[in-house]
Design a protein around this ligand. Structure first.
Ligand SMILES: [Zn+2]
Length: 209
């Protein structure tokens, strides 16, 4: 793990701590788990950074059954997640953070969002829509619904990594597609610095969830 201190982007005081832990994804490469915290103003951010790809990419994986729910998913703060069969679109907002999880973990997040939708729904049609989405999510979580998980990341810091690598479709995003994506929060990560110091010491810590 490496720790360094830089100027905080929020309060401008020196002392923002950036911790970086390398995280190996077999068959795909090395990621960096990054967490930053400012002791002065309380600013916090978590993200993941890919050391080897770094170009705008789309990952597409068809989930066929319960086993596929375990496929690893790494989502950086700049990534957009889509599940067309569930009508799901998760765009990176200004508070977006990165996470390392699996397909099931992504469904958990979608489920929480749908529960909120149900909670705040006023019109009967909105409630009906929320119930419909929740029913599909529960089927998906049991592995009874075939669906497609798509992750677009203009910075190439995200990936879907099932055991059988050949089942993921990966392609470069076109410039037009990149323009249509939301870019997520601005975070003070010096990408070149991180890439250059990539293969640090081995001990890795898993940031699940
Ligand atoms: Zn600060």
């Amino acid at each position: 793990m490496s720790v360094r201190k830089v100027e905080c982007p929020v309060c401008s005081k020196p002392g923002l701590e950036i911790r970086e832990v390398p995280y190996e994804v077999p068959g795909f490469g090395t990621m960096l788990i990054i967490s930053m915290a400012c002791p002065h103003c309380g600013f916090r951010h978590r993200d993941v950074l890919c050391l080897e790809f770094g170009e705008p990419k789309r990952y597409e994986f068809v989930v066929e059954g319960p086993e596929d729910l375990k496929a690893r998913v790494i989502r950086s703060s700049s990534a957009t997640i889509r599940i067309p069969e569930l009508g799901v679109l998760i765009e990176p907002g200004p508070m977006a953070e990165g996470f390392i999880s699996n397909v099931e973990g992504v469904l958990d997040r979608v489920e929480r969002a749908a529960m909120m939708m149900l909670h705040f729904a006023e019109a009967p049609s909105q409630r009906a829509r929320a119930h419909e989405v929740l029913a599909k999510i529960w089927d998906a979580k049991q592995g009874r619904l075939r669906f497609t998980l798509i992750i677009d990341d203009p910075l190439g810091n995200s990936l879907i990594a099932p055991e059988d690598k050949s089942r993921v479709k990966v392609r470069r995003l076109t410039e037009e597609e990149v323009r249509e994506l939301k870019s997520g929060p601005f975070v003070p990560i010096d990408v070149r610095w991180a890439r250059a110091t990539g293969q640090a010491e081995g001990g890795s810590e898993r940031g699940e969830g």
